[in-house]
Design a binder for this molecule. Structure first.
Ligand code: FA5
Length: 328
């Protein structure tokens, strides 16, 4: 029986089987237990010797079960650890990675160009007053830009700025010349939206004020920007036009090579000119001159990247946006 018991113990494949072996030999009605219980039926002189042998065997089986249990538990733990092991070298779950919007990248690029030239960067409110958006910029009371058609007015008589030029006045009110500043920002116009016109878009405004600032400085600043964006020696052009807050006023364009067609053409960017004396008067400046220019940032992103429709900047279509991830 001892041999059978020890054989059964070492053959037990798991803790459950081992427990069954234990019950079979050592349980209340187990085979060895019954042997012990049967001792009383033996003649007294055999009882002692038989009792010693049975107890020895019982102890041997108990010891074998203990060892087998320890071995099975160790194996079970090893198996569990192997099953639950985390391989820290496996790649993690791929989370989608965002990126800067093309307009943001173009704006950063422009700010880099101008800060390298010593310009400060300022920002101002999108909700403006008639005073800053028009009045102080020398727009006469009946100027068409003040019309409902072009301007979003609020019910309390304020407006969404139609250009970044009001920051010219706000900046001059809080700084003393000489200075050079650029102002990026969102502007709004109440007009028919099409492939090249949005009701909200971005402009970059530049303002330089000091003693003896001339039109040549203005041309030089635009040349510097053109060279930084499109390569050294890029040509620029000024054509006379009218803005109430500059005199003389001009629109400016950059001569560039279209990356798709390879053709050279003029890229009309925005307006510029020498700060009008009435604007200086409105902020109490005397004895200085200055130039300003402002242009649409969308234009500078649309045309070079061959984007056919300005509205795609604002539709949030990831198929469009992804194409420009890390473009600049
Ligand atoms: C202005 O807004 C003047 N404040 C520019 C200026 C600044 C002149 C400083 C002189 C001195 P204009 O309305 O032309 O000017 O607009 C400038 C540029 O904004 C345009 O050349 C165009 O590139 C862009 N733009 C105008 N309207 C829209 C629109 N609806 N959608 C997208 N871009 C537009």
């Amino acid at each position: 029986m001892l041999e059978d018991a020890l054989g059964a113990v070492s053959a037990a494949a798991d803790l459950q089987e081992l427990q069954e072996v234990r019950v079979r030999y050592l349980g209340k009605k187990g085979l060895l237990t019954q042997q012990l219980k049967g001792l009383g039926a033996l003649p007294p002189d055999e009882r002692r010797e038989a009792g010693r042998v049975i107890n020895e065997h019982k102890a041997a089986v108990e010891e074998a079960i203990r060892e087998r249990r320890a071995a099975l538990e160790r194996a079970a733990l090893d198996e569990q650890l192997a099953r639950e092991a985390v391989d820290v070298t496996l790649p993690g779950t791929q989370l989608p990675q965002g990126g800067l919007h093309l307009l943001t990248m173009v704006t950063h690029r422009l700010l880099d160009v101008f800060t390298a030239l010593g310009y400060e960067v300022a920002v101002g409110p999108e909700l403006e007053t008639d005073h800053y958006n028009f009045e102080s910029l020398n727009f006469p009371a009946e100027h068409p830009a003040r019309d409902e058609q072009d301007t979003f007015w609020t019910t309390d008589g304020r407006l969404l700025r139609t250009h970044t030029s009001p920051m010219q006045v706000r900046y001059m009110e809080t700084h003393r010349p000489p200075f050079k500043v650029v102002v990026p920002g969102k502007v709004f116009r109440n007009e028919a939206v099409d492939a090249t016109h949005e009701a909200q878009f971005h402009q970059l405004e530049a303002l330089v004020v000091g003693e003896r600032i001339t039109m040549a400085d203005l041309k030089g600043a635009i040349d510097e920007m053109a060279s930084a964006l499109f390569g050294a020696g890029t040509r620029t052009r000024l054509q006379p036009t009218f803005f109430p807050f500059v005199e003389p006023g001009a629109e400016f364009a950059i001569y560039w090579t279209h990356p798709r067609t390879g053709r050279q053409e003029w890229l009309e960017l925005g307006g510029c000119g020498m700060v009008h004396p009435n604007v200086f008067e409105a902020v109490g400046y005397e004895g200085v001159t200055g130039f300003a220019f402002g242009f649409g940032i969308e234009r500078l992103a649309l045309v070079p990247y061959g984007i056919p429709d300005i509205r795609s900047f604002y539709q949030g279509d990831l198929r469009v946006l992804r194409q420009f991830r890390g473009a600049l």
